[in-house]
Design a protein around this ligand. Structure first.
Ligand code: PLP
Ligand code: COI
Length: 341
């Protein structure tokens, strides 16, 4: 397979259209089989449900070239089931989970020339999404939906790659108790835009959102979960019903325990504990594991002992093991790797 002439090593996290994308339609209460198409545009009514009332959910996963030259995706079954959960919460029809995986495989297969080579530092980001497409003017769910998948080669989500980030404790809330923080819906991201633009203007890389009810507990950022390392080497991650159940975080907890023999804890994490941690990181498909060097709480700086120049040693071990599994250097747990062939 001849690869596209792309400067893989210098890619940022942006959109580069590839040859083919997958499109399926839901009408009269049923999904059609879907097709691969070269048409990268979407045509819809001016009154489409997604445009009026933001009825849209999405997923994000990656395809990797392994050390021995295979192309694989990482736990796509979990993206399929999370998208089903997201759809149910927004009164959308579920795209069947087996068909989701088939469509991911078909889309990557049709764009093999865009899967970055092993060792290039880039990956193929895969974006499944679904939205209400027929006219909706009274507030109610749409009748008709479109499910699509495109992919795009990407580099690191944060400029500067693995340089530790500076995080602001935000005064904005991301998700309400009993709201939609635990699903992957566009609405959660729209409402984070003002907060992230403000944080960037003030010189921060990202926001740390607190729980909206008490503002005492750590939730997540706009696009990743947190992991912390205690001074005695335990991995701690926030437990909350209003954060996205990150597939990367769930995988890391397994890796920490089963591969690295570390103690792991998923529990409520109080803002007041932050100064006791040795290391912190953001984890997600796009973020992979991005180290946090400093957290700023209204002018009060909490400097992680791991510093501002490199990843902390335990975060680095987690990073190396997870990416080792994804790139085929380390044997994966049963069912984690789906080869595209
Ligand atoms: N939290 C939010 C709000 C996200 O958008 C993402 C990205 O998908 C994550 C966490 C990380 O989830 P995952 O590891 O499944 O990509
Ligand atoms: C992902 O990690 O896949 C996401 O969807 C996060 C987004 C902020 C790019």
């Amino acid at each position: 397979m001849e690869k596209k002439n792309i400067d893989w090593a210098n890619l940022g996290f942006g959109y580069i259209p590839t040859e083919k994308r997958f499109v399926a339609n839901y009408t009269k209460g049923a999904w059609d089989n879907g097709v691969l198409t070269e048409d990268a545009t979407v045509t819809m009514s001016e009154c489409a449900g997604v445009l009026q009332y933001a009825q849209t959910v999405f997923e994000g996963l990656k395809a990797y070239t392994t050390e021995d030259g295979r192309v694989v995706t990482f736990r796509p079954d979990l993206n399929a089931s999370r998208m089903a959960d997201s759809a149910r919460r927004l009164e959308m029809p579920v795209f069947p989970e087996d068909k989701f995986i088939e469509a991911v495989v078909a889309t990557v297969k049709a764009n093999m020339a865009y899967v970055p080579p092993y060792g290039s530092g880039a990956t193929l980001y895969i974006r499944p999404y679904m939205f209400g497409i027929n006219p909706v003017i009274g507030v109610k769910p749409a009748d008709d939906y479109q499910f699509r998948i495109f992919c795009t080669p990407v580099g690191p989500y944060f400029k500067g790659g693995v340089k530790p980030l500076t995080i602001k404790i935000s005064d904005f809330d991301r998700a309400a108790p009993n709201g939609t923080g635990n699903i992957k819906a566009g609405l959660n991201y729209a409402m984070s835009l003002h907060a992230i633009v403000t944080a960037h203007e003030e010189g921060y890389d990202e926001n740390m959102y607190l729980d909206a009810a008490t503002r005492t507990k750590v939730e997540e950022t706009g696009g990743a979960n947190f992991i912390f390392v205690t001074k005695d080497g335990k991995i701690v991650t926030p437990k909350s019903n209003s954060i996205l159940p990150s597939i990367t975080r769930r995988s890391l907890m397994h890796v920490a325990k089963e591969y690295l023999g570390l103690e792991v804890e998923e529990r409520e994490v109080y803002k007041d504990e932050l100064e006791n941690f040795a290391e912190a990181g953001l984890c997600g498909t796009a973020a992979v594991i991005s180290p946090v060097g400093k957290i700023v709480d209204h002018g009060k700086e909490i400097c992680l002992p791991s510093g501002m120049t490199e990843m902390g040693p335990i975060t680095k071990k987690l990073y190396d093991t997870l990416t080792g599994i994804q790139m085929g250097r380390i044997e994966a747990p049963e069912g984690w790797i789906k080869e595209i062939k």
